[in-house]
Structures are given as structure tokens and as C-alpha cells.
Design a protein around this ligand. Structure first.
Ligand code: ADP
Ligand code: MG
Length: 636
């Protein structure tokens, strides 16, 4: 962490800690306390929404489960704080798991509906299970007792602050680790995640459980904070507010979560008080105007786009002064603000400010390994067949994309796979990597059957690939992309990550060095901290190769790696593929550039309309009449 960040953090914590003493107003103390509690929920929700890209409408339910776990334990067993908080975490994590296991098999609107149903069911259950929860009556409880003394308002506030800081550190560490990278990767490209051995489903569930645990923790704090819990609190409205807070504050930022929490707690109050609302609106307009001005000056914003937020906020300020009373307008204004943020500030307020001010996080290179170390699986493990596909049939409706194709690939060779467009080459790759299950036929790799196994399992057994349409994790840096490929080399668990235990720290250092070495290997060393989506197309293709190599594959599948590359780039690529082969990695190369195929490949198979029409040495294949006809007929 940079010193300025640390200083800023200390300052913020100091200000928050001093607030109750400085303000002395119980109403405001409670308000800030609520903001902090909501922020803990939002840290967790952001992992699901911001990082893995799933929508959850069940978080109010999980929050309620945490609150009721604490409330019930206090009511029935007079349990102390050190029992109730861990219990709330555990119980909501279990509910999160039960919800996630079936729910995360679906995505998008279906997932939203399932989680929404979950939230509703939780609310109904709390209502009905009176023997445990006192039903609609609710549970009244006192502030917790610590060291034999009941905490007062201010002391409890400090406790919440301490838990907030602990949660912040926890979430920060998790997100910076291999877990966080897995979460982010599966949003960036699910198919690439699976093919890097990072099971999309598994890490979605993992993210959801961590998120649920944080919601439960916050819920238990909330129970003590309010000193009264009842089923009505944990309703649909609260769940929507949570989501709104993430969207408004900005996803993938802790500052955004805090800001979002402040907005959902303060905005309704602000809208109750006309004077406050006027001041707030003017302040907002000024902040937005300054951000936009700075952004424009640095050339980071388009003028048309920048005008919208300025006009919007100024308009809001003007409206605030033309109203005599807020009561009739509250909901409309709330709705308008929401719509405005969702439409025009898609990265939320923090994202917008960051963009405008061009504040980017940069990581320094720490430690390095030489390029030679990059490829560890050196030396071909003997001769013989590495891959054998027999009578593979892949049918899409009536279309036989692959029709009885046999393919044998020898260890240590570069095997070319060519054919006109639509002849089934990419389909073959998808069959080999488990993205498609073949209609018939078998694939055996290194003595094990591939059929029926998941993509991530196949990847971990040693098949890595690149994609015809580049599939990078766009919002992640080049280095992080490669680190996702190295995911399989991490052994440390959640506890080691959270506490920064030696094994995790060593692993992290070593794998970062390896990732740098792999980037050097493909010539991207200088671009390590550049976001993948900002790289030029040719570099993106090279990055995909580096990421695939991170998997330590025995077999590397390259799907048209030279497509869209300039002549000098292609030369560089040839060199890299040769070096990969020399390191002992077997390669299957799909390529349209005949000169590339002819110079590189040891053997070539030719597909046409899903059938293998020729196979042999490059020169033989080039002279084959059927092949010439297929290419002329296909117009390629
Ligand atoms: P190539 O990579 O050789 O250009 P593909 O393997 O991408 O060709 O496609 C082979 C044929 O299979 C094409 O006709 C394509 O439209 C069809 N195809 C590929 N994937 C699917 C799919 N998921 N659903 C339906 N048809 C597909
Ligand atoms: Mg293709």
C-alpha cells in the first residue's frame, strides 16, 4: 500500500472514531453506525455483484438470518457476543451455501428470481416460526455485554467500527488473492475461466458464501444496534436498496460501498428535510462539475457525455429551490436520482470520479524470474501418442459439424489443423476442451478419457488453449490474467489468505514472479500492469498464449493465433510457438496463413465440412488434390 493511502486510511478511521465524542448527538451516532453496518453487507454484496457479476436479491434475507441468529441466541440462551457474532456468520454462510448450490446453476433473471424467492421465504419463516423468533412481535434485546459490562451507545459504535475495519481488511485481502482473481475472471469470461482450470460454478458458490457470511455478521450487529428486530425490516425494499447502493457507489470499490451505504441511509432522511436537501443538491452539483472540468481538461471525457451529469445535478439543485415542500416529491426524486445514476454513471459515483480524475491503481513489479524458468514442464515426456480422438461426431441439430473425425497427435510435435471456414476446426477444439460434449466418439488424452469431464478438470489435467475470438479477462491487468492461469499452483486457504500467513505470502510472491516471467516470454513484460482490454489486438493474442502457458500444459491448442496480426507480429509469434515446442509442450495449431502452417507444423490434418479429407506432412497435404479443391471451392 502506498504511504498516502495509508495516511488517508488512518485519517478516515481517526475521524470515524472521534465522531461520537465530537458530535455527542445519539441520533447522528446511530445514523453513522447504521451506515457502517450496511457497508459490511455491501462489501460482501459487491463480491457477488461487482466481481462475479451475479445479481442477488437475497441479501436482505441473509442479513435477517444474521440478525435473528443473534436475537434468538440472546433471547433463548442469553448467549454472549463472542458466541452470537460467529454463530451469525456461520448460520448465514450455511444458508448462503444452500441458496447458492442450486441457484448458481442459473444466471441472469432466473438467478434474480431464485434469490428473490429466497428472501421472501426467509421473511415468511421468521414470521411463522414464533417458537424461535417470536413472530411478528419481534425480539427486544439490549446492547451486548463485554468484560462484564454492558456497552453504551458510544462503545458499541466503536465495536462496530472495529468490525468494519476487520471486514474491510478481510475483503481486501481476499480480493487481492487468487480467490479474488478467480471471482473477477469468471465475470470477465466464464468460458476462459473454466479452460484455465478455475471452475466457474465452484467459485461463484464460494463468492456467494463469503458474501452471505458478511451479510450475517452485519445482521447480528444490526440487531444489537437497533435493540429490536422484527420480520418486516428484511423485506424486498431493503434488498433493492442494497443493490442500489452498490450501483450508486460504484462496483469493485470499498469506498464505493461506504458511499453507497451512506447514500441509502442518508438520502431518505435528506429527502425529508428540504433545507438539507437543497444544500446536498448544490454540493453534489459542485462536486460533479469539478470532476467533469478536471476530466475534460485531461481529455479523459467526451464533452457530450460529460454534459449530462452536470446538467442533471444542476437541474436537481434548481428544482430543490423551486419546491415548497418535499413530501409529495420524495419518491419521484428518489426514483429520478436512481435512474440517473443507473443510466449515466454506470461505474457508480466512485467509478465516475476515478475516471474523471484518472486515478488508476498501479502495481509495482516485485521480484522476477528469468524467461527460461517460465516454462517448467520442460522436456517431452517420452514419445508416442499424447492425444487420440476416435470417430468424433458433433451434431448441432441437423448439422454434423464434425463427422467421424479421427485425430492422433504425437508428443512434442506441432500438429496443424486446417480447412476452410466452417469446416469444424474450432468445434474440434471445443470438444477437446470439454466445452462441447461430442454426440459420439471418444477422446483420450495422456491415457485418460476426456469425455464427460468438465472443462476445468480437463484443463487441470494438462490441456490449455487460446480462443479464436480472444477471451481475456478485460478488466484485469495483463499480469492478473496470467495469474489466473497460475491459479492451480496456489495451495493456501482462506485462513492463510486472511491472516497473510507465510505460505500465502511466499506463494503469492513466487507466482507473481512466474507470471512476470511468462509475460517476458511472450514479450509483454513492459505491459504487465495494463488492463487487458486496453492492449492492442496482437498483444491480446500473445497475452492469451502466456495465460495458457501458465497452466503448465502438456498440450496447447492455438485457434488461429495469427489472425489479425501484422507481418512483424506473425514473425514474433512463430518464434514463440517454436520456443514452446522446444520446451516440450505439444501444440495443435489452427491456422489460415499457409506459410505459417508450412514452416511450423510437423504434421497437418485437413477438415472440410466436418470430415477429415487429408493428413500427412505439410508438403504432402499442400499437394493433395482434395485439399486444393476444398480451398478453391471454399473460396479461401
Ligand atoms: P471453423 O472453426 O472451422 O471455421 P467451426 O468449428 O467454428 O468452424 O464451425 C463448424 C460448423 O459448426 C459451422 O457450420 C458452425 O456454424 C457450426 N457450429 C459451431 N458451433 C455451433 C453451435 N454451438 N451451435 C450450432 N452450430 C455450431
Ligand atoms: Mg474457427
Amino acid at each position: 500500500m502506498k504511504l498516502s493511502h495509508l495516511a488517508l486510511g488512518v485519517l478516515a478511521v481517526g475521524a470515524l472514531a472521534a465522531f461520537p465524542v465530537a458530535s455527542g448527538n445519539p441520533y447522528y451516532i446511530h445514523l453513522v453506525e447504521t451506515i457502517m453496518i450496511y457497508a459490511i453487507v455491501l462489501f460482501g454484496l459487491d463480491i457477488v455483484v461487482g466481481y462475479t457479476g451475479q445479481v442477488s436479491l437475497g441479501h436482505a434475507g441473509l442479513f435477517g438470518i444474521g440478525a435473528y441468529t443473534a436475537g434468538t441466541l440472546v433471547l433463548k440462551l442469553s448467549a454472549p457476543l463472542w458466541i452470537t457474532l460467529p454463530a451469525a456468520i456461520a448460520v448465514s454462510a450455511v444458508f448462503g451455501l444452500l441458496l447458492a448450490l442450486p441457484a448458481l446453476r442459473v444466471t441472469g433473471p432466473y438467478l434474480a428470481m431464485v434469490t428473490l424467492a429466497f428472501g421472501t421465504i426467509v421473511q415468511i419463516l421468521i414470521n411463522e416460526m414464533s417458537f424461535l423468533t417470536e413472530g411478528p412481535m419481534g425480539i427486544t434485546l439490549t446492547k451486548p455485554t463485554v468484560f462484564g459490562r454492558e456497552l453504551d451507545e458510544t462503545e458499541y459504535y466503536w465495536l462496530v467500527l472495529a468490525v468494519l475495519i476487520a471486514s474491510l481488511i478481510f475483503v481486501h485481502r481476499v480480493l487481492r488473492s487468487q480467490l479474488g482473481r478467480a471471482f473477477e475472471a469468471l465475470r470477465g469470461s466464464p468460458v476462459a475461466s473454466d479452460c484455465m482450470g478455475v471452475s466457474v460454478y465452484r467459485y461463484k458458490v464460494y463468492a456467494f458464501v463469503i458474501s452471505a457470511a458478511l451479510a450475517g455478521l452485519a445482521g447480528s450487529l444490526y440487531a444489537y444496534s437497533e435493540q429490536y428486530i422484527s420480520p418486516n425490516t428484511y423485506n424486498f425494499e431493503l434488498t433493492v436498496l442494497f443493490l442500489l447502493a452498490i450501483i450508486m457507489g460504484g462496483r469493485k470499490t470499498r469506498t464505493g460501498a461506504l458511499l453507497g451505504a451512506a447514500i441509502i441511509v442518508m438520502l431518505p432522511k435528506l429527502l425529508d428535510d428540504l433545507e438539507m436537501f437543497r444544500i446536498g443538491a448544490v454540493l453534489l452539483a459542485v462536486i460533479v462539475a469539478i470532476s467533469v472540468a478536471v476530466g475534460l481538461k485531461r481529455g479523459k471525457l467526451q464533452p457530450q457525455l460529460a454534459a449530462i451529469p452536470v446538467v442533471g445535478t444542476v437541474l436537481l439543485a434548481v428544482i430543490s429551490y423551486s419546491l415548497d415542500s418535499m413530501t409529495d416529491w420524495r419518491l419521484s426524486i428518489f426514483g429520478l436520482i436512481t435512474l440517473f445514476v443507473v443510466y449515466y454513471l454506470q461505474d457508480g459515483i466512485v467509478g465516475f470520479v476515478r475516471n474523471a480524475l484518472n486515478l488508476r491503481v498501479r502495481h509495482q513489479r516485485d521480484g522476477s524470474a528469468s524467461g527460461a524458468q517460465a516454462l517448467t514442464r520442460a522436456g517431452a515426456q517420452g514419445e508416442g501418442e499424447l492425444l487420440k480422438a476416435s470417430s468424433v461426431l458433433m451434431q448441432f441439430g441437423g448439422l454434423k459439424a464434425l463427422n467421424n473425425v479421427d485425430l492422433v497427435v504425437q508428443r512434442g510435435s506441432i500438429h496443424g489443423l486446417i480447412g476452410p471456414n466452417g469446416s469444424g476446426k474450432s468445434t474440434m477444439m471445443n470438444v477437446l476442451t470439454g466445452i462441447y460434449q461430442p454426440t459420439a466418439g471418444t477422446v483420450v488424452f495422456a491415457g485418460r478419457t476426456v469425455n464427460g469431464r468438465t472443462s476445468s478438470d480437463i484443463a487441470l489435467s494438462g490441456i490449455a488453449r487460446t480462443f479464436q475470438n480472444v477471451q481475456l479477462f478485460g478488466e484485469m491487468t495483463a499480469l492478473e490474467n496470467v495469474l489466473v492461469g497460475l491459479h492451480h499452483s496456489f495451495r493456501s486457504n482462506l485462513l492463510e489468505i486472511t491472516l497473510h500467513l507465510p505460505r500465502y505470502l511466499r506463494e503469492d510472491r513466487e507466482q507473481r514472479a512466474r507470471a512476470h516471467a511468462l509475460l517476458d516470454f511472450v514479450g509483454l513484460g513492459e505491459l504487465a500492469s495494463e488492463e487487458a482490454r486496453n492492449l492492442p489486438y496482437g498483444k491480446q493474442r500473445l497475452l492469451e498464449i502466456a495465460r495458457a502457458l501458465a497452466l503448465d500444459p502438456q498440450l496447447l491448442l492455438l485457434d488461429e493465433p495469427a489472425a489479425g496480426l501484422t507481418a512483424p507480429d506473425i514473425k514474433e509469434l512463430l518464434e514463440i510457438i517454436r520456443k514452446i515446442r522446444d520446451a516440450g509442450v505439444t501444440v495443435i495449431l489452427i491456422e489460415h496463413h499457409m506459410d505459417v502452417v508450412m514452416t511450423l507444423c510437423d504434421r497437418v490434418s485437413v477438415l472440410d465440412f466436418g470430415q477429415k479429407i487429408a493428413e500427412g506432412l505439410p508438403a504432402e497435404v499442400q499437394a493433395n488434390e482434395k485439399v486444393i479443391e476444398a480451398y478453391l471451392g471454399g473460396g479461401a
